[in-house]
Design a protein around this ligand. Structure first.
Ligand code: KIV
Ligand code: ZN
Length: 495
């Protein structure tokens, strides 16, 4: 079967995003996770852009030995020399050089002409081949480029040694048919195209990155350039998880193989989100918190009868333990029965009818129901002790922080004082020493409501225990106090 190469650029195009910068140690952690995931090519950075990026490419080259390590350059000799130097320790190495291909870029970015661009491109591809055998050439803004000129450019760089040619839709402008036809045009008009792999690199400005990438693949591209969670410039890049799962779910149509261990997708997605401080939108395909959550009665009933009724992907295939049947006032009896049985509680049909009536009243009054609520509905003695943050005092500075917290549980105040690397860490540790729930913090997100330095901060928290996720929310003018409230809100749901 034909093979598709997965080129990951999370650490280059993804890491360019403001706020997503990683230090070298964090980059190595992500690179190792991408290696375990099975990516073929790992774009590690743009070495000439900063000494830090140079060093990261050096260290990733030493630490990660399976995938090809790729370094980005402009079509500039010095860039290429520096990239080659950064890749010195890589077992398998690739230089990714290139130049603008659209008239927009040629005229208004390079102040140049098509002929001069062809000359520069030929030189860059040839020059890079002096340092490595594997040279990828990007035709920047190919999405808006004239196809006839693009074909000349592709032919020229292949003739000068490029082994892979990247056709980026840099501005996310193309429609899927149009992008697919562009790739087809190249296959029909570039005489030496069989000497190189054609790669597609799409941006998501119109929300079409995945569709365009797949259209490119349908017309012969055999490398896809992607990032975890679709992070990247502006609206992002094509997301790895979407393309890989589309190729897998529609295998009979694509008939293409890749090396990705899809069961590692979710853990890598969480890692990237956490280290890059970039939350994943809840309804994000494949890895969003709601991607396998069913909340309406009709869907819940269907999915309980047979998962495939409403799921085209088995969550375990992407590393998610199981789908969730979320209990809300829209849920039906089947969902209630399903969740009760997971707690080991079984009812006859008549009993369930009666519990369901009480469930609806409770669900109307509360937004989401937790396991304590279910046990209470089932008439079991559950001790839900009202808990809230009574007071919090934090002192912090560049040498760390200390938090003194008082948590009121059922009318009694429990106090703890802990130190941490910062105020949040110290506050979590102080609360943990009182609540002692043995959880893992999965996500911590702070948002302002209206803007301004005196605004109210909203804090969303996700913690997990035994594979189950619990959510907490808190808001306050003091974000650390909001953090403590959100943390307690999540912890009280953990049985
Ligand atoms: O979007 C783009 O064109 C790029 C190139 C540098 C490959 O990221
Ligand atoms: Zn890009």
């Amino acid at each position: 079967m034909d093979r598709i190469h997965i080129f990951d650029t999370t650490l280059r195009d993804g890491e360019q995003v403001p706020g997503c910068q990683l230090n070298t140690i964090e980059k190595i952690e992500v690179a190792e996770a991408l290696q375990d995931l099975g990516v073929d090519i790992l774009e590690a950075g743009f070495p000439i852009s900063s000494p830090g990026d140079f060093q990261s490419v050096v260290e990733i080259s030493k630490a990660v030995r399976e995938p090809v390590i790729c370094a980005l350059t402009r079509a500039v000799d010095k860039d290429i020399e520096v990239a080659a130097e950064a890749l010195k320790y890589a077992r398998l190495k690739r230089i990714h050089t290139g130049i603008g291909a659209s008239d927009q870029h040629i005229l208004h970015k390079f102040n140049s002409t098509r002929d001069k661009i062809l000359e520069k491109a030929a030189h860059a591809a040839k020059y890079a081949r002096n340092f490595v055998d594997d040279v990828e050439f990007y035709c920047e803004d190919a999405g808006r480029a004239d196809n006839a000129f693009l074909a000349r450019l592709v032919e020229t760089v292949i003739a000068n040694g490029a082994t892979v040619v990247n056709i980026p839709d840099t501005t996310g402008y193309c429609l899927p048919d149009e992008f697919g036809s562009k790739i087809q045009y190249l296959f029909d008009h570039v005489s030496n195209i069989d000497k190189a792999i054609i790669s597609v690199h799409c941006h998501n400005d119109l929300g079409m990155a995945t569709a365009n990438t797949l259209a490119g693949v349908s017309h012969g591209a055999r490398q896809v350039e992607v990032t975890i969670n679709g992070i990247g410039e502006r609206a992002g890049n094509t997301s790895l998880e979407e393309v890989v799962m589309a190729l897998k779910s529609r295998q009979p149509e694509f008939k293409l193989q890749n090396r990705i261990n899809t069961r590692k997708i979710y853990p890598v997605s969480r890692l990237v989100s956490r280290l890059m401080r970039m939350p994943v939108q809840p309804n994000k395909a494949i890895v969003g918190r709601n991607a396998f959550a069913h909340s309406s009665g009709i869907h819940q009933d269907g999915v309980i009868k047979q998962r495939e009724n409403y799921e085209i992907i088995d969550p375990q295939d992407v590393g998610i333990k199981e789908s969730s049947i979320v209990l809300t006032a829209r849920s039906g009896r089947a969902a209630l029965k399903f969740n009760l049985e997971k707690l080991g509680i079984h009812f006859t049909k008549e009993e369930l009818d009666e519990v369901y009536e009480r469930f609806l009243t409770m669900a109307d009054a509360k937004k989401d129901l937790d396991e304590y609520d279910l046990l209470e509905l089932a008439g079991q003695q559950v001790e839900r002790r009202p808990t809230h943050v009574e007071s919090l005092a934090v002192s912090c500075g560049s040498n760390g922080a200390e938090a003194e917290v008082s948590v009121n549980i059922d009318g009694t105040n429990f106090k703890a004082k802990e130190t941490g690397v910062g105020p949040v860490d110290a506050t979590f540790k102080a609360i943990d020493s009182i609540m002692n729930k043995g959880i893992r913090l999965e996500e911590y997100l702070v948002q302002s409501v209206h803007g301004g330095t005196d605004d109210v901060g909203k804090v969303h928290i996700q913690v997990s225990k035994n594979g189950i996720i619990y959510y907490g929310f808190g808001s306050d003018k003091d974000v650390i106090f909001a953090t403590a409230k959100a943390y307690i809100d999540a912890l009280v749901k953990v049985i």
